[in-house]
Ligand binder design. Structure first.
Ligand SMILES: *[C@@H]1O[C@H](CO)[C@@H](O)[C@H](O)[C@H]1NC(C)=O
Ligand SMILES: *[C@@H]1O[C@H](CO)[C@@H](O)[C@H](O)[C@H]1NC(C)=O
Ligand SMILES: *[C@@H]1O[C@H](CO)[C@@H](O)[C@H](O)[C@H]1NC(C)=O
Ligand SMILES: *[C@@H]1O[C@H](CO)[C@@H](O)[C@H](O)[C@H]1NC(C)=O
Length: 368
């Protein structure tokens, strides 16, 4: 409508020349047609489409907590991540919605995100680059979705510490040939379709692993050796069987005890006790994996220590330089004052000497 009136104004000016008149008439006609078509579209299918995209970002509520910018879009029936949120958000809660796909673009604009909650959606597909822009991601919750795989790049993000993946359809394929580079502390994989403990490469940061409710049929110390700092392990609700002939149950228990891992459930190893298994032994491979993980941990600690030492040294040096500077400055100031005083004295002395000389000169003729 706006455009229509503007064009009308133009037409008023155009009446001076015939050709201009015709031109304007033509332009106006085309605008009228265009405007009518636009209005019709707007009047019928347009508004719902426009509003669908706008409403969520208007309903999503912003807040500030833990000195972070948070946005809450929970339970709004969203079918995609709102594309027009403030780009500086650090926490996004879009749990309990109807999101089906995470594309490369879904989160790409929100590069400051550190906490992403997407549990209870219908996510079945996550494109390979979906998390590539989220360099500062620390925690991601994808529990209760339909994922049967994930982008492997997720496990390479430099600050990622906690991953919640319970109640999906993840299988062993995801973890095939994977070397986790993220400093993962917590990994929740309960109620998926795993047949074995995921092999993630040496991971000295991992403290908590939950694989309850999967289809894991066997567990050995070798499966756990790469997690050399592990504290909590939940193996419950898995069809785990031990081979009593090779004392597997007692071997596992021995490993859990030596490494101080709290695990569920507690295996009694009754059959092996009856058989009188001898002292359990760990395979060379187990020892090897464990030592590789410990070595990485040791190097990390050393690097950290060296860094702290250097920081301390740098602080000491700069403190020393500061003190030196202050004292030099002070000495300089004092010297300057002394010099000034000396000069003053010299000047006074010279003055006195002059006066005396003058006096003596004045007195001289009388004496001679
Ligand atoms: C998504 O990103 C990945 C890697 O960044 C790329 O290989 C893939 O082709 C992208 N997919 C689409 C649909 O753009
Ligand atoms: C592991 O996950 C299951 C299912 O979510 C939960 O019930 C259980 O408490 C978790 N175990 C630990 C040790 O947190
Ligand atoms: C293991 O032993 C405890 C008590 O020692 C018992 O309560 C538990 O039921 C036993 N579990 C199995 C699986 O036998
Ligand atoms: C395991 O290591 C020990 C000593 O480190 C060695 O004697 C033994 O042969 C190794 N066993 C295997 C199966 O490699």
């Amino acid at each position: 409508m706006q455009r229509f009136w503007n064009v009308s104004g133009g037409w008023g000016d155009g009446t001076t020349g015939m050709s201009a008149f015709l031109m304007n008439g033509l332009i106006m006609l085309s605008f009228v047609v265009a405007t009518m078509r636009e209005t019709m579209v707007l009047g019928f299918s347009g508004p719902t489409l426009v509003m669908d995209q706008d409403i969520p970002s208007r309903i999503c509520k912003y807040s500030r907590g833990y000195s972070m910018i948070q946005v809450h879009c929970k339970n709004l029936g969203l079918e995609w991540i709102p594309p027009n949120l403030k780009t500086e958000i650090q926490v996004l809660d879009a749990s309990v919605n109807r999101v089906r796909v995470l594309t490369n673009d879904s989160l790409a604009a929100y590069t400051n995100l550190a906490y992403v909650y997407l549990s209870d959606n219908f996510i079945q597909e996550i494109q390979e680059g979906a998390f590539d822009n989220l360099r500062y991601l620390r925690v991601i919750d994808l529990s209760t979705n339909g994922c049967d795989t994930l982008p492997k790049s997720l496990f390479q993000l430099p600050y990622l510490q906690k991953i919640y993946l319970a109640k999906n359809r993840l299988s062993d394929d995801l973890f095939k040939n994977m070397e986790v580079k993220s400093p993962l502390i917590f990994l929740q994989l309960a109620k998926n379709r795993l047949n074995k403990i995921p092999q993630l490469g040496p991971l000295p940061t991992l403290l908590h692993l939950n694989v309850s409710g999967n289809s894991i049929a066997s567990v050995s110390p070798e499966d756990l050796a790469s997690f050399c700092s592990l504290q909590v392990l939940d193996l419950s609700k898995n069809p785990i069987k031990f081979d009593a002939n090779s004392c597997e149950c007692q071997t596992l228990n021995a490993w859990l005890r030596i490494r101080g891992i709290h695990s569920r459930p507690v295996y009694n190893c009754t059959e092996e006790h009856e058989r009188g298994c001898t002292r359990p032994e760990f395979s060379n491979r187990t020892t090897e994996l464990y030592e590789r993980c410990s070595e990485i941990q040791r190097l990390k600690a050393e690097t950290e220590k060296a860094r702290n030492t250097w920081i301390l040294i740098a602080c000491c040096i700069s403190g020393f330089l500061f003190c030196l500077f202050i004292s030099l400055f002070w000495v300089h100031k004092r010297n300057k004052r002394k010099k000034k005083k000396l000069k003053e004295e010299q000047r006074l002395n010279a003055n006195n000497a002059n006066t005396e000389l003058l006096n003596s000169n004045l007195n001289q003729p009388e004496n001679t």
